[in-house]
Each structure stands twice: as structure tokens, then as C-alpha cells.
Design a protein around this ligand. Structure first.
Ligand SMILES: [Zn+2]
Length: 273
């Protein structure tokens, strides 16, 4: 498992936890300066609190579904700052989430928001991402992508995009993320794969800063990504991502909203007991 901040100027806003048979990776959303959040905490507080609450719920309710665990964690996290903040604010902190639970003969997974799970089993190779965010505000997003990272027009365009996205967050027809509505957990993509005893499998849980290796930079395909993780570990993958970003500081060759995004990878291999 490896977390890497996207910038040396600020801490990584991703968070991860592994306990017993559960792994969870969360990516807290950054709010541009000037847009209110109704929250006194820094952005990484939310993703850290959420992973801690999910871990606690998993330990407490062993047979709960992943959606139930995440829903409980979203409620508990909202409660944890209700006395100092306004969790009902449209800009309240939010996070994408990817979870994997490996038990004897089952692999359960959940993906909420634009995090990615790459899963290879005898049933095949699957890259699961919830891309509903990208179905909203396409023109505003393109306006950002048409500017280079050092264009003075860019910060205002990013703020306009984020502001517009708030209208689509956690509403039917929009996109779903962990924020303050526990119902969002049931809008996640989730499934259970049943495996014969002794089957081997590989899985990578990636925040969008790490999945960029494939979906933005085309460094390799999803199968190649698992092989890269096998050979060089999460550190090796993230070094490759950082090198591409450093070679394209203006985000010109690879148009993207963040010059360099926080990136976290959890890589797991196994065989059911
Ligand atoms: Zn708060």
C-alpha cells in the first residue's frame, strides 16, 4: 500500500485502512479557495474520519454488507462534525471510496465515485470505476481542460466547475460520493464474486491520481498495471506517474484538471482459504 501526495505544498488528502479482511481507500475532494464548505476541518479530515468509521463499523458488524458499512460510516462521520460544522452545506467535505473484502470463497467490492478497482480472477479482468461525475458539466470541464495549468484563467474556471458540480452531487441523475447522505452508499457500484477454494486473484484499489497511469497517461493497460504492481510495487507505479507529470508541468500533453493529484494504491493478491 502506498500513499503519495500530489504536491509537496500540502498533505495527501487520500486515506486508507486495512483491517482483518477489509481494505478501504478514500480520496477527499479539494474545494477551491473562495467556495464555502460549511466545515472547519481541513480536507483530509473527512477521508481519514470516514476510513476510521468504516473500519470500526466493519469490526462491529461483521456480517454487514459493504454498503451498510459505508452508510454507517457516512452517518458517523457527519455526526462527528455536526457540532462544529454544517454537514448539510452543499460544499460539505466529500470523498470517493473503494472497498474490497476478501473472505473464504468470496470477494466483495464497492466503488463510489471516480476511484477504481482493478480485479483479476478466473472470471476475467475488470476495471470498475463510477464515472457518473464525468456525465455532468461536460462543457465546464472542457473549458478547464482547454487551459494549461499556468493559464491565469484556469483557477476561475475550476471554481466554476466545482461550484456547478455541487448541484449534481448526491441527487438522482447526478453523481454520488460519500459526504453527509448515508443513502449514497447504496448508489455505489458493488458486487460479490464467488471463487472456488484455492483460486488466486489480484486486486488494485486506486484513487484517481493513481488510476491516471492508465486512464489519463496511457502508460499501460489495466492488466499491465497489475503486472507493474507485481514487479515494482505501488511505489514503482507512483514514481512512473510522477515522472510523466513532472515532464508535462503545464498539463498540455495530457490535459487534466490537476497538474499532479494525490495518489494512493493498495495492491492485494490472494487465494481464498
Ligand atoms: Zn467539519
Amino acid at each position: 500500500m502506498h500513499p503519495g501526495p500530489g504536491s509537496s505544498q500540502r498533505p495527501n488528502e487520500d486515506s486508507f485502512a486495512a483491517v482483518a479482511d477489509l481494505v478501504i481507500v478514500a480520496d477527499g475532494a479539494t474545494a477551491p479557495d473562495g467556495l464555502g464548505t460549511g466545515c472547519v476541518h481541513d480536507p483530509r479530515w473527512y477521508s481519514r474520519e470516514l476510513t476510521a468509521q468504516a473500519t470500526a463499523a466493519h469490526v462491529r458488524y461483521r456480517d454487514a454488507s459493504l454498503a451498510d458499512i459505508l452508510s454507517t460510516a457516512i452517518s458517523a462521520t457527519a455526526d462527528a462534525h455536526a457540532s462544529t460544522c454544517d454537514p448539510g452545506h452543499p460544499g460539505t467535505p466529500s470523498s470517493t471510496v473503494v472497498m474490497l473484502r476478501a473472505r473464504a470463497e468470496t470477494l466483495e467490492w464497492l466503488v463510489l465515485g471516480d476511484a477504481t478497482l482493478v480485479l483479476e480472477t478466473p472470471h476475467g479482468l475488470n476495471a470498475i470505476c463510477d464515472d457518473r461525475l464525468f456525465q455532468t458539466n461536460k462543457e465546464l470541464r472542457n473549458q478547464v481542460l482547454r487551459t494549461t495549468a499556468d493559464d491565469p484563467k484556469r483557477p476561475a474556471r475550476i471554481a466554476a466547475l466545482v461550484d456547478a458540480q455541487r448541484n449534481f452531487r448526491n441527487v438522482e441523475g447526478g453523481f454520488w460520493v460519500a459526504a453527509s447522505d448515508p443513502n449514497a452508499a447504496y448508489k455505489a457500484r458493488a458486487d460479490t464474486e464467488r471463487l472456488a477454494a484455492g483460486t488466486t486473484w489480484r486486486a488494485a484499489l486506486l484513487t484517481d491520481g493513481a488510476s491516471a497511469a492508465v486512464d489519463t497517461y496511457g502508460l499501460t493497460d489495466w492488466h499491465g498495471l497489475l503486472n507493474l504492481l507485481d514487479a515494482a510495487g505501488p511505489n514503482g507505479l507512483l514514481e512512473s506517474v510522477r515522472k510523466i507529470e513532472a515532464d508535462d508541468p503545464a498539463a498540455q500533453r495530457y490535459p487534466r484538471i490537476k497538474r499532479s493529484d494525490d495518489a494512493t494504491v493498495a495492491y492485494l493478491t490472494g487465494a481464498p482459504e
